[in-house]
Design a protein around this ligand. Structure first.
Ligand code: F6R
Length: 364
């Protein structure tokens, strides 16, 4: 039931504050992670993990890419990420102590399942982060963590992605405890996660401004998304959403790659969307943005709160509320979901059932 909403996708975007609560529920106590959430035997497995191999498809793959930044930053062990359809068909190297982490909303994606089956006997353990309890992926993995997002009907994944990110942060904490992550830092991270329901509620209030922004895209045929660091995968996810439901060709680049090729495409017909939080990469990103402006490209910036990018001719800026930096990938995703949603509505596409796509890809 869509309730008051015009589409399931919009309903699911708006459910995200509640979903953030659901994925954290029962997983922490006194500000610390409860490892039992991953299943019995999880702690003994985490003790032995030396690196992580993440495998997933589509949106779930983008969540895995964010986790690579988190795990290598906060845990300090190697993390590899690969799309399942590639991983399953090549002779992969899996060093001793590898945790195979699969990510899937449905738990029935053919390539992800095949990848799991292919290497299961050759890894330390398998962990599935999944939205469907009892799915094949969960049943066939040693450990699992449910994302508790509730059924996702819209073909374009929204709340499943943000809940996967929270589950991945919990996984990062579990691994980090065994390495460089102090109890103090863990408490800070958990406290940050607990701000998510309130923060996403505030982000939903940007809906009107984003709907207004969407009018600039309805006539466009291409768009470029830029991000750096853990927001590069968020840019990729933003581009995928726009492609899927509005049928606008969109590509994402790490902002530093702009002058290594894609800048050649930039003109007034090529809108550029940048996700720009307040971290050390900001100044570099600003230089990239100037290059885009110099070529007549119209800029759409989702900016961190204290950031000093001001709207001007050809530069549209939406400021996000203040938040802990670690939440950036989750928080910056929501406005991009809304942007693609409104563009699709303007274009009159079938938002919940985009052409040629199925919700669950159970054949390869
Ligand atoms: C995009 C989308 C797909 C899925 C992909 C994997 O909006 O929904 O890219 O993310 O097919 O599906 P799951 O997560 O069920 O394995």
């Amino acid at each position: 039931d869509k309730g008051e909403f015009r589409h399931f996708m919009l309903k699911e975007i708006y459910e995200q504050p509640r979903v953030m609560q659901a994925v954290l529920e029962g997983r922490t106590a006194s500000g610390l992670l409860l490892e039992q959430a991953f299943g019995s035997g999880a702690s003994a497995v985490f003790d032995q993990v030396k690196q992580v191999q993440i495998v997933a498809c589509g949106t779930s793959y983008h969540a895995g890419m964010v986790a690579k930044y988190w795990i290598e930053d906060l845990v300090g062990i190697p993390c590899m990420v690969e799309v399942a359809s590639e991983f399953r068909y090549r002779p992969v190297v899996l060093p001793e102590g590898t945790l195979l982490l699969t990510l899937s909303q449905s738990g029935e994606t053919a390539d992800t399942l095949a990848a799991l089956r292919e290497v299961k006997q050759r890894v330390l353990a398998t962990l599935a982060i999944c939205n469907v309890p009892g799915s094949s992926l969960v049943r066939e993995s040693d450990l699992s963590l449910m994302t508790n997002a509730g059924p996702e009907i819209g073909v374009a994944s929204t709340k499943a992605f943000t809940s996967q990110l929270v589950a991945l942060m919990l996984t990062t904490i579990a691994l980090g405890r065994r390495h460089s992550l102090t109890a103090e830092r863990e408490t800070e991270l958990i406290a940050a996660l607990q701000q998510l329901p309130e923060l996403l509620q505030q982000l939903l209030q940007l809906d009107g401004a984003i709907e207004q922004m969407s009018t600039h895209f309805a006539e466009k045929h291409h768009a470029l998304f830029l991000g750096r660091n853990s927001l590069y995968p968020v840019a990729m996810e933003g581009a995928l959403k726009l492609k899927e439901i509005s049928y606008i060709h969109a590509e994402a680049y790490p902002a530093g790659e702009l002058k290594h090729g894609p800048l050649a495409l930039v003109d007034k017909e090529m809108p550029v969307i940048a996700v720009a939080p307040r971290n050390g990469m900001l100044d570099k990103l600003k230089a990239n943005l100037q290059e885009v402006r110099a070529r007549g490209g119209e800029l759409f910036v989702f900016a961190g709160c204290e950031q000093s990018i001001q709207p001007e001719d050809g530069v549209h800026v939406i400021h996000l509320p203040e938040m802990p930096a670690i939440l950036d990938p989750i928080a910056f995703t929501l406005p991009l979901q809304l942007l693609s949603y409104h563009v699709a509505v303007l274009k009159g596409t079938d938002v919940d059932q985009p052409r040629n796509l199925a919700k669950s890809v159970t054949v390869e």
